[in-house]
Design a protein around this ligand. Sequence first.
Ligand SMILES: NC(=O)C1=CN([C@@H]2O[C@H](COP(=O)(O)OP(=O)(O)OC[C@H]3O[C@@H](n4cnc5c(N)ncnc54)[C@H](O)[C@@H]3O)[C@@H](O)[C@H]2O)C=CC1
Ligand SMILES: O=C(O)[C@@H]1CCC=N1
Length: 264
Amino acid sequence: MIAIIGGGKMGEALLAGLLATGHEPSGVLVTEPDPARSEALRQRYGVAAVSSAESADRADALILAVKPQDMVDLLDQLDGAIGPDTLVISIAAGITTSLLEKHLSGEVAVVRAMPNTPALVGRGMTAVAGGAHTSADQLDHAESLLRSVGEVVRVAERHMDTVTAISGSGPAYFYFIAETMIEAGVAMGMTREAAKKLVTQTIGGAAAMLDDPGAHPVVLREAVTSPGGTTAAAVRELERHSVRTAFTDAIEAARERSRELSEG
Ligand SMILES: NC(=O)C1=CN([C@@H]2O[C@H](COP(=O)(O)OP(=O)(O)OC[C@H]3O[C@@H](n4cnc5c(N)ncnc54)[C@H](O)[C@@H]3O)[C@@H](O)[C@H]2O)C=CC1
Ligand SMILES: O=C(O)[C@@H]1CCC=N1
């Protein structure tokens, strides 16, 4: 039995992914305190909505999908109710395995995971790191559960704040660029719909080309940049506005915030 505790955006994405990849609704529990939200999940997916105590009691894998700020309260609620063989997977930004272990008595197996919102369409990127009492089999199990919403990589936990800043928050950076490009197209007289189509297909196409293991972004960008052409003119402006520095600073700020979140 798998329980998802926190039925918000990410909890629902994981729930939908698990059901889409062969888990039966009868094998998944959801704990969500907002009654309307809880009822919507129950109706939409046919899963049982239960208390956190019941989830802790019945599930052998608990996926904690509450906000980082709600995590300590939740762990205090769960402490003592989690069986010795239960696997606890947290997807909360900044919450370390040692914080999870500190608030759960006994040698609980914990996994820190960082997915992203493309999990909602089965195209997520998740990184995982195991805790001090987590076996290789348990990490495999966590990885197989999270693979239901996309790809999974293992990283050393010291990289998790960086992962959060790059792929966890990353979709928002691309939406920021998409929004800017669409509005530029609109300002130049295109319909918003046409501009959105151009931008969406361009992002998807660029990502597909970059996905080749031999591909390098600098080489791909050179192929777009004709001497004396339009791309060279555009890139010169990006450099003039220090966009590279702005992005680097943004990613560093996200990593710093992830670190702060573990301090409560
Ligand atoms: N939104 C994103 O892009 C990503 C979010 N995350 C992490 O996922 C977690 C959830 O984020 P979202 O789904 O975006 O937030 P959300 O606000 O949509 O969902 C959180 C849910 O937890 C519920 N909740 C609060 N206290 C609870 C408790 N004690 N027991 C059970 N449920 C409780 C809330 O009612 C809410 O429905 C956060 O820790 C966040 O850091 C991780 C990767 C990406
Ligand atoms: O913004 C946040 O804190 C969460 C974690 C990664 C993406 N969204």
